[in-house]
Ligand binder design. Structure first.
Ligand code: MD6
Ligand code: FE
Length: 219
């Protein structure tokens, strides 16, 4: 009998799904309008307790164009003194990150094929002109677990390269409600957000795009 992995199973019941042999999956429209609104309402609670802030790059101190916050036991942060890392508290307020909404734990369980829950949810907000340069997610001590990403708001051009920065890149649109899974080999592939089409949706309060990435951090 042919063994189906989670991606194949999902693809067979969810048209439009893009499953690559390297473990990358794009699930367009995984969240419908109602589910997106419910998730944004959850995020309002998160943001009220853990406001967006603008991290800076480790070596240069240059600010990111993307604003960030986190929920869950751990959050990803970056500053000039300590570099890229995970920590349990918000770097500005000093208080623990708020709990991860149940809705995110459920989504992770549905798409990750990973036995345990996620430990960190990084929330990226792109207002007009923000982008995210090509990077690989390598700050987690458990790189065999996938990273699951959820897009809300304006349409974005996402690129997926390979294990090296100079590997050819594939580009695709990520739209509100889309879920992306970087699993298997693709987990350590370079990727980034080239541009966001400002005003292409009305989903995010105040405009723009929000991307959530759910991660395992500890082995
Ligand atoms: C973004 N996403 O879509 C940025 N990382 O705004 C990421 O950096 C990302 O989509 C790891 C796995 C999936 C992703
Ligand atoms: Fe990333």
């Amino acid at each position: 009998m042919l063994a189906l992995d989670g991606g194949d199973r999902i693809a067979s019941v969810f048209p439009g799904t893009h499953v690559m042999s390297n473990g990358f999956r794009h699930l367009p429209g995984w969240l419908d309008a109602q589910a997106q609104a419910a998730l944004l309402a959850d995020l309002e609670t998160v943001i009220a307790r853990a406001p967006f802030y603008r991290p800076v790059m480790p070596r240069t101190g240059k600010p990111f164009s993307v604003e960030m916050t986190n929920c869950g036991p751990l959050g990803w942060v970056s500053d000039q003194a300590g570099g890229y890392r995970y920590q349990a508290a918000h770097p500005i307020t000093g208080t623990p990150w708020p709990a991860m909404p149940d809705r995110l734990l459920t989504l992770w369980a549905e798409v990750s094929n990973w036995p345990g829950p996620p430990e960190a949810c990084l929330v990226n907000r792109y207002r007009a002109g923000a982008r995210l340069g090509s990077h690989a997610d390598t700050d987690e001590a458990e790189p065999t677990a996938p990273v699951v990403s959820i897009s809300l708001g304006d349409d974005a051009v996402f690129h997926l390269g390979g294990l090296r920065r100079d590997h050819p890149k594939q580009r695709m649109w990520l739209r509100s409600g889309d879920v992306v899974v970087l699993g298997g080999q693709s987990r350590l592939f370079y990727h980034g957000v080239d541009k966001v089409l400002a005003g292409s949706s009305q989903v995010v309060p105040g405009g723009g795009r929000i991307n959530l990435t759910l991660r395992r951090v500890t082995p």
